[in-house]
Design a protein around this ligand. Structure first.
Ligand SMILES: [Zn+2]
Length: 145
């Protein structure tokens, strides 16, 4: 039990110091496209990630690395980035055909605004796919030029 806990916290430490290649690769791609990715508390309380359209700033809450959802969170925000590119500065639906998996449904259904719910549905649909990283990369390539 103790051994497991120690091993586990060492793993978390190494993750924080050394984010996974997927995370860094996506962060670099976003930055090449003019988005600023900051590992900081987002201005909206309780958010894991946030994208501000006005200045293309993306916040990633450092807690996501502890929760082991760093990649997922950045992939989610990358979909919003592709939506911003598609709408030339304003989030726009991409019209993706993929369906979100059931476990993420509560996350977008909590948005009461219908447009916002659709926007979030796309981001959650992508992040819940087995090939979410490749999908996010290709959406950025397609919509951000
Ligand atoms: Zn979102």
């Amino acid at each position: 039990m103790n051994k497991f806990l120690i091993a586990n916290s060492l793993f978390l430490l190494s993750q924080i110091a050394n984010p996974e290649p997927i995370f860094l690769q996506l962060k670099n791609q976003l930055e090449k496209l003019g988005f600023h990715v900051m590992i900081e508390l987002p201005p909206k309380r309780g958010a894991y990630g946030l994208l501000r359209e006005a200045d293309k700033k993306i916040w990633i809450n450092p807690v996501v690395f502890d929760l082991n959802i760093g990649n997922q969170t950045l992939i989610h925000e990358a979909v919003h980035a592709a939506q911003v590119c598609a709408g030339q500065g304003k989030v726009k639906l991409l019209g993706l055909k993929i369906k979100p998996s059931n476990y993420v449904r509560p996350f977008f259904l909590r948005y009461s605004d219908v447009h916002r719910q659709d926007i979030e549905r796309e981001a959650y649909a992508v992040q819940s796919q087995p090939n979410s990283f490749e999908l996010a990369v290709s959406l950025l390539q397609k919509y951000c030029k």
